[in-house]
Ligand binder design. Structure first.
Ligand SMILES: N[C@@H](CCC(=O)N[C@@H](CS)C(=O)NCC(=O)O)C(=O)O
Length: 221
């Protein structure tokens, strides 16, 4: 399997299937296509378009198939490796995992647009300003609090063991940290658990070490 991703510091969609592949120790080759300086264009776009007409990453290439959406990739992996609990084995937990992953996939637009993922940055001052001014952002974080604090056990992941659902919320953990948004003790415990998870640590270390700074993805653009 080959997983096409963009810069680890910025690409929140790439992070999700990458974490799932790593967490379950699935063999894959990572192919990084760096964002270009032009928003949604340049060499990045040309390279991605030559493989995926949708023009976006992540893309999984496997066995002659191309899967071009983070949730579809995770579903594909869950089907390909049915013996592994990519989704929880328990029906109720599996329903919860699927619902919260779908909710993340299609929602939280304020958080996603106002607080772009930028793992190595410290944007707490901007975060405080946004928190004071943006009601939509506060509502998104309140809903995330609800989801995180209703996990089955406060010392475990969103649906017990690490699953696709946690991979979907990993970029939120990064955003809350970068922008210093205020969250409850219970949410902070979940964030600490995620930050200590080996696959997350690996992604973060690579993100911090990336030399490229893409202007339009920085808050001081
Ligand atoms: N819904 C898609 C979103 C993919 C997406 O927006 N990817 C970003 C990178 S994080 C991208 O390729 N952006 C390039 C562009 O829009 O030109 C998924 O889940 O994979």
């Amino acid at each position: 399997m080959q997983l096409l991703i963009a810069n680890k510091n910025y690409s929140s969609w790439s992070m999700r299937p990458w974490l799932v592949l790593k967490a379950f120790d699935l063999p894959f080759e990572e192919v990084m296509i760096a964002f270009s300086a032009q928003p949604h264009g340049g060499e990045f776009k040309q390279k991605v378009l030559s493989i995926n007409p949708n023009g976006k990453v992540p893309v999984l290439l496997d066995d002659g198939q191309m899967i071009w959406d983070s949730l579809a990739i995770c579903e594909y992996l869950a089907e390909k490796f049915p013996q592994l609990p990519l989704w929880p084995a328990d029906l109720a937990l599996r329903i919860r995992a699927r619902c919260i992953s779908a909710e993340m996939h299609s929602g939280f637009m304020c958080l996603r647009s106002q607080c772009g993922m930028n793992i190595r940055a410290d944007l707490k001052a901007l975060g405080a300003k946004l928190w004071a001014e943006d009601e939509g952002l506060c509502k998104d974080v309140a809903r995330i609090e609800q989801i995180w604090t209703s996990r089955p056990s406060l010392d475990r992941f969103l649906c017990g063991a690490f699953s696709i659902a946690d991979a979907f919320y990993a970029p939120v953990v990064m955003r809350l940290k970068t922008y210093g948004l205020p969250v409850s003790d219970s949410a902070q415990r979940y964030m600490a658990l995620m930050m200590a998870y080996p696959a997350v640590q690996q992604w973060v270390q690579s993100a911090v070490a990336e030399p490229m700074r893409i202007g339009y993805l920085e808050a001081d653009r």
